[in-house]
Design a protein around this ligand. Structure first.
Ligand code: ATP
Length: 252
């Protein structure tokens, strides 16, 4: 049975690579409306879990349930249509299109998934208004006509958030959103994620424990492919197994 407020669940999720067990019997329950982090030392299996949840990898065993539906056998595009959308793939934006054009293309994609009517001028005009709203929402208005390739790293991430929000996701999966960023950019992206999480659920793989402690409601700690602790930052950071597994916990 699912907890009534669980939006995404992994049940007994296992992934073996040629006999090597990268993810071992992982049970996860992500509460609707929460910001949930997946943390753990290098090689713990975070990226593999992330790729399993987004259907980029097929589990050896176990099930994935999204919004009450078993999606284990579905393709990535099918789960994306259900509203489970991954972001922070730099390739998801087109470097030589402008910020506005990138967001418009994402909106066209979304509209194209449901209907083909976006081709009409009236619908294209509506998409433009929505695109400008999304650009404003991630504070990229001054860069409306800048090419994506010319944006700073943090602003590229902001653009990715805008293109992801264009798909109107129910749940966002973010893979190391702060990777490669300086302090100021991190603060800006933390604010953006908090804003993007309004009315949605977020699951993120993140190395930066300070970010996790400030942003996330629930934290699952992976070690050698297994969940060793789960709960609030205070709860997991006090767990002796976590402290042992996760050197540097005390830095946050
Ligand atoms: N395609 C693959 N083939 C074989 N082994 C793999 C494959 N992908 C991952 N692994 C192994 O599975 C284990 C978990 O890797 P994974 O990338 O999921 O860890 P991670 O927690 O994301 O690590 P990091 O923090 O370093 O990104 C590692 O030992 C890795 O070498």
């Amino acid at each position: 049975m699912s907890p009534p407020d669980a939006i995404l669940e992994a049940r007994g999720l296992t992934k073996e690579f040629l006999g090597f067990v990268a993810v071992n019997n992982v049970n996860l329950s992500v509460r609707r409306g929460s910001i949930h982090a997946l943390i753990g030392p290098n090689g713990a299996g975070k990226t593999t879990v992330f790729n399993l949840l987004t259907k980029f990898l097929t589990p050896t065993r176990g099930a994935i349930v999204f919004d009450g539906v078993d999606v284990t056998a579905e393709q990535p595009a099918a789960v994306a249509r259900r509203g489970l959308v991954r972001s922070f793939q730099i390739s998801a934006t087109f470097p030589h299109l402008t910020v506005l054009e990138n967001v418009r293309v994402a909106l066209q994609r979304k509209a194209g998934l449901a209907t083909q009517f976006w081709r009409s001028d009236r619908i294209l005009g509506q998409l433009d208004d929505r695109a400008r709203e999304l650009v404003a929402a991630v504070n990229l208005e001054p860069y409306l006509h800048a090419h994506a390739v010319d944006l700073s790293y943090g602003r590229k991430r902001a653009l990715e958030i805008a293109t992801t929000l264009a798909l109107d996701p129910v749940m966002l999966l973010l893979d190391e959103p702060m990777a490669g960023m300086g302090h100021e950019e991190i603060d800006r992206v933390v604010d953006l994620i908090r804003a993007a999480a309004q009315g949605r659920t977020v699951l993120m793989v993140e190395h930066n424990l300070s970010v996790v402690s400030h942003l996330c409601d629930t934290i699952s700690v992976l070690q050698r492919g297994e969940v060793i602790a789960e709960g609030s930052y205070e709860h997991v950071s006090a767990d002796p197994r976590v402290r042992e597994a996760y050197m540097g916990m005390e830095e946050a």
